[in-house]
Design a protein around this ligand. Structure first.
Ligand code: SF4
Ligand code: SF4
Length: 622
């Protein structure tokens, strides 16, 4: 039994849930039959939970190779008559965008909901894009919950809306909605079915130009029809009545607004938009007419604000509107009550004190580091040694999305360029063509499957010459250890065919391919040296499971290995501390180098002569 079995509970039960857990319950109550994703923060927990309970719920669930495949799986299931759900982080929707735009045109048969987890303040992301623009571009309705209860209830609403209108629905959470915890009351579960019979409808589902031409017109009519749904939606609500000032808000920003109002004691009427594309135009006109001044709070871009300003202008409404476009409200980063209070203070000339965070507490900065025993550290160390041995002048290290991006930090500094998933290989092609510097790219196993393969095909076909190191740690580590196609297990923890990275690389036509164990520094260094000297595209697969998985295994088996430093042999040269830099090393007040037994994971890499030439690092006696 999984701890998440409570999500299978009955109507009227109440549970304290994470927003993403509430979304899983919403999927169960909606009768979702198929769910597919590629993991990405802040949406990962939806998949983590489904991987444990989908089978019991009767849902087919998979981790797809990437987001566009996940959307295609879901869209085709919905075209067959099965309610389908796909979820991804915000940048994942860029990967899925090609299919997403066409899904707008084709529409759906059964309910189809696409969740985007946006990440204001970029806690785990390379940018802060606001995916609400995608809904507008694709003429798809947009739903924005503010808390876990709404996350569940609005998802159910989204499936009903999708089926009533024949349109896919974009369901937007942000980090503070997905990762917020609150009590959630369960509703009735719909029957779940995950098998149907696809009925051919080529005019609708085959978007050749002649069909797409007709579909565009239908899309616009469907969107016009959606305006009435938005106008009458219970998700667009007004709180308060008769106040001079109004606030229009949506999503997580609503929570910060309510806290700031409570703290300040100011009075506003609030229009909270849960269904924000298309906008409920009549509701907005009336709200503007009823208020002399209106402030708009939303994360991130002025998506609602720009439309409200257009509505006001087109209807000759003179209410004063304050927002991001006139710089009253900050444009970047997520909201908190203090940021809202700062806006109130500008507009109402009130004093406010920063209340939510005690600014006097200065916490030491704790930059993320590779874990003790992390196989990536050994690989980065080996690359550094080879670069020194071969006297490489300014080698370029394109890096990619995963834990190994931490190679950016000292002492490794092996991350020079990073755009998005898979970019280490495409950019490796560009750098190797346009410079005389050696190029050594890094990509993880999951990222290689996700977006790396086309780049490698490009590299071989176009004759690019650089080194690609595939860091195969046997998991999708950064997002929470989800399986990927390189493992003999699928998203529902069933046995699955393992796809060999080495065979793919060879099949693409790479002539230097070597798989090494990074814990064996000597052979790893030899392979990297050969790859750097190879005249052509060279791939080294550095294969060793993530240290956290090994730790869990050791705890299960009650077999814990640790290392210590023999002080009689240690010369205090500091190579282990300064260049290998495992976090388990520390230097005491007398200058002695020690290993913290709590942190040491017993990988033994530091005991090899390539790190400690004095053989001072020894394994503890069992
Ligand atoms: S590398 Fe070896 S000799 Fe040098 S400080 Fe570390 S343990 Fe001591
Ligand atoms: S054996 Fe050495 S490198 Fe491995 S975790 Fe322990 S101290 Fe770190």
């Amino acid at each position: 039994m999984s701890g998440y079995d409570t999500l299978l509970g009955e109507e009227n039960e109440k549970h304290f849930l994470l927003g993403n857990e509430a979304i899983v319950r919403g999927a169960i109550e909606s009768g979702v039959g198929v769910a597919a994703t590629y993991p990405g923060t802040p949406s990962s927990e939806v998949g983590d939970v489904l991987s444990k309970i989908a089978k019991k719920a009767g849902i087919y669930f998979e981790y797809s190779t990437n987001e566009i495949v996940a959307l295609e799986v879901a869209a085709s299931a919905a075209a067959s008559g099965i309610r389908a759900f796909t979820f991804m982080k915000h940048v994942g929707l860029n990967v899925a965008a090609d299919a997403f735009m066409s899904v707008g045109y084709a529409g759906t048969k059964a309910g189809l909901v696409i969740m985007t987890g946006d990440d204001p303040s970029m806690f785990s992301s390379q940018n802060e894009q606001d995916n609400r623009h995608y809904a507008e571009m694709a003429f798809i309705p947009l739903i924005e919950p503010s808390n876990p209860q709404e996350a569940k209830d609005f998802l159910i609403y989204s499936f009903d809306l999708s089926e009533k209108t024949g349109s896919a629905v974009l369901f937007r959470t942000t980090t503070r909605v997905s990762h917020q915890r609150a009590n959630v009351t369960f509703g009735k579960k719909m029957e779940i079915k995950n098998k149907s019979h696809f009925i051919r409808d080529q005019n609708k589902f085959v978007l050749v130009p002649a069909n797409a031409y007709v579909a565009k017109d239908k899309l616009i009519k469907r969107f016009e029809n959606l305006k009435e749904f938005s106008e009458n939606s219970p998700l667009n609500v007004i709180y308060g009545n008769g106040n001079e000032w109004g606030i229009i808000t949506a999503g997580a920003a609503y929570n910060s607004v309510m806290d700031a109002i409570n703290i300040s004691g100011l009075k506003f009427d609030i229009l909270k938009l849960g269904f924000s594309n298309p906008m409920p135009e009549r509701k907005i006109i009336n709200f503007l007419k009823d208020h002399k001044s209106v402030i708009i709070f939303e994360e991130l871009d002025p998506f609602i604000e720009s439309k409200v300003r257009i509505i006001a202008q087109m209807n000759n409404i003179n209410s004063k509107i304050y927002g991001k476009m006139d710089s009253y409200v900050p444009w970047s980063y997520e909201f908190n009550p203090d940021r809202v209070l700062a806006v109130f203070s500008k507009l109402f000339n009130i004093n406010y004190s920063i209340s939510t965070v005690n600014q006097d507490i200065k916490l030491p900065s704790r930059p993320p580091v590779l874990c003790p025993g992390c196989p990536h550290r050994a690989t980065f160390y080996a690359v550094k040694l080879v670069s020194k041995q071969l006297r490489l002048k300014d080698p370029i290290f394109p890096n990619d999305i995963g834990c190994y991006t931490l190679g950016i930090q000292k002492p490794y500094e092996e991350a020079d360029y990073l755009l998005c998933m898979g970019s280490s290989i495409g950019s490796g092609c560009g750098f190797s063509k346009t410079t005389d510097q050696k190029v050594i790219s890094f990509i993880g196993d999951s990222t290689f499957f996700h977006a790396g393969i086309p780049g490698l095909i490009n590299a071989v076909h176009n004759g690019h010459k650089f080194v690609l190191i595939i860091l195969d740690n046997r998991t999708t580590a950064m997002t929470g250890h989800q399986p990927n196609p390189g493992l003999p297990i699928n998203g529902m923890r069933e046995p699955a065919p393992e796809i060999s990275i080495e065979e793919i690389v060879k099949a693409i036509g790479v002539r230097y391919v070597k798989t090494v164990d990074p814990y064996d520094l000597k052979s790893t260094i030899i392979a990297i040296r050969e790859a750097v000297n190879f005249d052509g595209m060279a791939v080294v697969i550095s294969k060793r499971e993530c240290a956290l998985l090994r730790d869990a295994e050791m705890i299960r088996n009650k077999k814990w290995v640790r290392y210590h430093i023999n002080q009689e042999k240690c010369t205090r040269c500091m190579n282990c501390v300064l260049n290998f830099s495992c976090p388990a090393f520390y230097v005491d007040k007398d200058g002695a180098v020690l290993i913290d037994p709590v942190l040491c994971d017993g990988c033994g890499v530091c005991s090899q002569p390539q790190v400690c030439g004095f053989h001072a690092i020894e394994r503890d006696e069992p």
